[in-house]
Design a protein around this ligand. Structure first.
Ligand SMILES: *[C@@H]1O[C@H](CO)[C@@H](O)[C@H](O)[C@H]1NC(C)=O
Length: 445
């Protein structure tokens, strides 16, 4: 993530200067916006039931909170789902519909929020006029442009829910599947066909909801027609990932992971509260107010282990339980055809865990195309892998025959073939079209 995060602000500033930045309109933060509060009795509704909806301006999706994307329509839906312990909660999904949309094609895009702050939910940070708080996810609409230009609609669930449960797998997975249910029952105002084919996408932090959704799908939402899913930079276990992160400049990312889990497990939160050093209390609490970029900036040199008076807090039963419960690969083998991409020397999400997950799922009968890159940055592969992932999604929507079973391919910049190269070219071109405010849609001029 580092290279992209370092590059992006400069790149975005450069583009801002080039295109001229419009005055910002103010958008209410989720913590201040009544729309996020469910009506009384919502607990009795079915998972995925629509509780509220609203229409946003058609150009409210923005890259870096300023570059408005010109779409046909944008909707938000508050729907019922469950947290990681099964308690009913309400969360929001935002649906982006391009011009000339194919009502039968929907992508559920799980953003890499990586924060334990409610105000970092993508329903807010993706909007023009939100504060520029998260270079990574606020750049993700650059990828979506390629979906829009194919006429695919995109929904982005706030899969961490109202308690900002970063790292809680069951919350993330259920909110993703229930978000799809909500969008598929929104036809009366969004025109999305209830029988639409659905695919899921998630990279890095977004791989948590996507991976958990693929594993929960057979038991929790078998009725959903999900025809493919892309999982990249896969975060299999919070502990494995935090142990790797703690060796890197990205140390700060450990904080929202811990806070996200503590937001879900009261016994873990109470325990950590009892061992936090008094002089660290303020910094420890401030994490729940920061998005990814702020966390990386302000906690760069901080090691969470120096915050607690108990050196072996990781192995306290309450912490251990939370860490163990949120490891991917403990539920059903996904039946959805998968495209996975990961770097062999990924410095944030350890490859060994992903390889193990891949083998387990393959042994269980999954169909997976696994694209491995021999480099070490967490995000460069996103650019190399995304075109192939896009081609995979295209073939799934086109109902091309599924490649049964598992296969791995290597990918590197030197070996990139002409097919992927042209897909990469078109991905960048589509992003450029979006940045310039040109209509994004299937019947583009
Ligand atoms: C998490 O990692 C730490 C450090 O390696 C280890 O002591 C602990 O047992 C691990 N916990 C779990 C649940 O895997």
């Amino acid at each position: 993530m580092r290279s992209l995060i370092r590059l992006l602000p400069g790149l975005i500033l450069f583009c801002m200067v080039l295109t001229g930045v419009h005055a910002r309109s103010k958008v209410l933060r989720p913590s201040k916006d009544d729309f996020y509060t469910p009506p009384p009795g919502f607990e009795n509704e079915k998972p995925g039931a629509i509780l509220k909806s609203r229409t946003l301006p058609h150009n409210s999706l923005a890259v870096a909170s300023v570059f408005r994307q010109n779409l046909e329509s944008v909707y938000q839906i508050l729907y019922r789902t469950s947290d990681g312990l099964g308690a009913p909660v309400a969360t929001v999904t935002t649906l982006f519909v391009p011009y000339g949309a194919d009502p039968l094609k929907l992508v559920s895009y799980q953003a890499a929020e990586d924060s334990s702050a409610i105000d970092c939910a993508p329903s807010y940070t993706y909007q023009s006029g939100s504060s520029f708080s998260d270079a990574f996810i606020q750049a993700e609409p650059l990828f979506m442009a390629s979906y829009f230009r194919r006429g695919w609609s995109v929904s982005v669930p706030d899969y961490e829910g109202p308690k900002a449960l970063f790292g809680v797998g069951a919350m993330a997975g259920k909110a993703t599947l229930d978000g799809i249910r909500a969008v598929l029952s929104s036809c009366s105002f969004t025109k999305i066909d209830p029988m639409a084919d659905v695919q899921m996408w998630g990279y890095s932090g977004g791989s948590i909801p996507t991976g958990w959704a693929t594993e929960l799908h057979p038991s929790y939402a078998p009725e959903l027609n999900i025809v493919g899913a892309v999982l990249g930079g896969v975060v299999v276990s919070p502990n494995g990932t935090m142990n790797t992160i703690n060796q890197q400049d990205e140390k700060g990312l450990v904080f929202p992971f811990y806070r996200g889990l503590a937001n879900q497990y009261p016994d873990m939160a109470a325990y950590l509260d009892s061992v936090i050093k008094p002089e660290k209390r303020k910094d420890y609490d401030r994490v729940n107010d920061l998005c990814l970029t702020g966390i990386m900036r302000e906690y760069k040199k901080d090691d969470l282990s120096t915050y607690f008076s108990e050196p072996d807090y990781v192995n306290h039963p309450t912490v251990k339980k939370a860490l163990e419960e949120n490891v991917m690969g403990q539920l059903d083998t996904p039946t959805i055809p998968l495209f996975m991409l990961h770097m062999e020397f990924d410095k944030l999400a350890p490859f060994s865990e992903v390889k193990e997950l891949y083998s387990r799922w393959c042994d269980g009968g999954a169909s997976i195309q696994f694209n491995i890159d021999a480099s070490s940055a967490h995000t460069t592969h996103l650019l190399l892998g995304a075109p192939d992932a896009l081609l995979f999604m295209e073939s799934r929507f086109d109902k091309k025959p599924i490649q049964k079973g598992c296969s791995t391919t290597g990918k590197s910049l030197s070996k990139i073939d002409s097919h992927s190269l042209s897909a990469l070219g078109s991905l960048l071109w589509n992003a450029w079209v979006g940045l310039n405010g040109i209509r994004l849609g299937a019947k583009n001029p």
